[in-house]
Write a protein that binds this ligand. Structure first.
Ligand SMILES: N[C@@H](CCC(=O)N[C@@H](CS)C(=O)NCC(=O)O)C(=O)O
Length: 327
């Protein structure tokens, strides 16, 4: 990924646009209506974009409505693969997903087989997350920001009230969420990749400095929300929204991976950003959906053993220990 995405841009990392952009919709006659057990998610536990969707799937109570297959943590030149029969035999039971799973729908060996099933001439990247329609045997979407929105609203008619009323993109906050998402995406979610995949020192230095300017900005937002008697804990005040989910998946990887592997080491979350650190631990330790979808070993193996240009020996650093501090 690093190589292809930096080639055309003289060493700057440039994430290419997503190609499958259909929507599940509860509107009458929709091509992709909400249905029990019709859709299947393909994810990597390492990928911050896929991680958004796994969290939303739990928060919205969709775990028994939408199944999941998890790719192996290793990304090679042919893209993502599923675990093989030897690896399956070694796993410690059906709930051991530490290396990934088989493809529960087709038993494919690689994710690319699904892309080719839909378009034999497909020439884009074979990315996760991928939302698959088992009925029409096609891809609904591989754009995480949009899958997140579908999960938020389109399955509500199938959900118990407790989950239907969870709203990660409430009407009155949409403008503010869009605004914070856009600078966090550009400078932080993607900013760590711009730092890590830059192939020239000056480009790296510009990217990493910009990343920390924006982490400082997040720290200010959280400090302000918490100030005086407000004690608001989330990015948009006292309500958890998709903006928190989208930032979480980068911040939880920050000290264990990006700090070292992507050279984002001007400051560390745990030592230098008290408000971000508290917010991170609140989500991880207190709110269902965050901890159970975070697998630090899987995350660390993926980055440190897939990017041969960055870490040619594939030795995974052990620290920082623990990967996340207690509350
Ligand atoms: N726009 C996509 C980006 C997804 C993406 O870049 N996924 C990466 C993993 S973090 C991937 O699958 N890369 C595979 C490859 O480049 O071969 C989204 O947010 O859903």
């Amino acid at each position: 990924m690093a190589h292809e995405d930096t080639l055309a841009t003289k060493g700057n990392f440039n994430r290419r646009p997503t190609l499958f952009r259909n929507f599940i919709s509860s509107a009458p006659n929709a091509k992709f209506p909400p249905e029990l057990n019709r859709y299947h998610l393909y994810v990597s536990l390492a990928c911050p974009w896929a991680h958004r969707i796994l969290i939303a799937r739990v928060l919205k109570g969709l775990t028994s409505i939408i199944g999941v297959s998890i790719v192996h943590w290793h990304l090679d030149l042919d893209g993502w693969r599923f675990i093989n029969s030897d690896e399956l035999a070694q796993s410690k039971g059906p709930n051991d997903h530490s290396n990934g799973t088989i493809d529960h729908v087709y038993n494919a060996s690689r994710l690319r087989e699904l892309y080719f099933k839909v378009d034999p001439n497909y020439s884009g990247r074979f990315t996760v997350p991928l939302l698959w329609d088992k009925k029409l045997e096609t891809i609904v979407s591989n754009e995480s920001a949009e899958i997140l929105r579908m999960f938020n609203t389109e399955f509500n008619s199938l959900l118990p009230e407790k989950y239907a009323q969870v709203d990660l993109y409430p009407k009155d906050l949409q403008g503010k969420i869009d605004d914070i998402n856009s600078w966090i995406y550009e400078n932080i979610n993607n900013g760590v990749y711009k730092s890590g995949f830059a192939t020239q020192a000056e480009l790296y230095e510009t990217a990493v400095k910009n990343l920390f300017v924006h982490l400082d900005k997040v720290e200010e937002v959280l400090a302000k929300n918490h100030a005086e008697d407000k004690k608001q804990e989330f990015l948009l005040g006292n309500q958890l929204t998709e903006a928190d989910i989208r930032l979480f998946t980068t911040i939880v990887r920050f000290d264990p991976v990006y700090y070292q592997h992507f050279k984002c080491n001007i400051r560390m979350i745990r030592h230098d950003y008290p408000y971000i650190h508290n917010w991170l631990r609140l989500l991880y330790w207190k709110i269902p959906g965050f901890q159970e979808t975070t697998d630090f070993d899987h995350i660390k193996y993926h980055y440190t053993r897939s990017h041969a240009k960055i870490n040619p020996l594939g030795i995974t650093p052990l620290g920082p220990l623990p990967h996340i501090l207690p509350l």
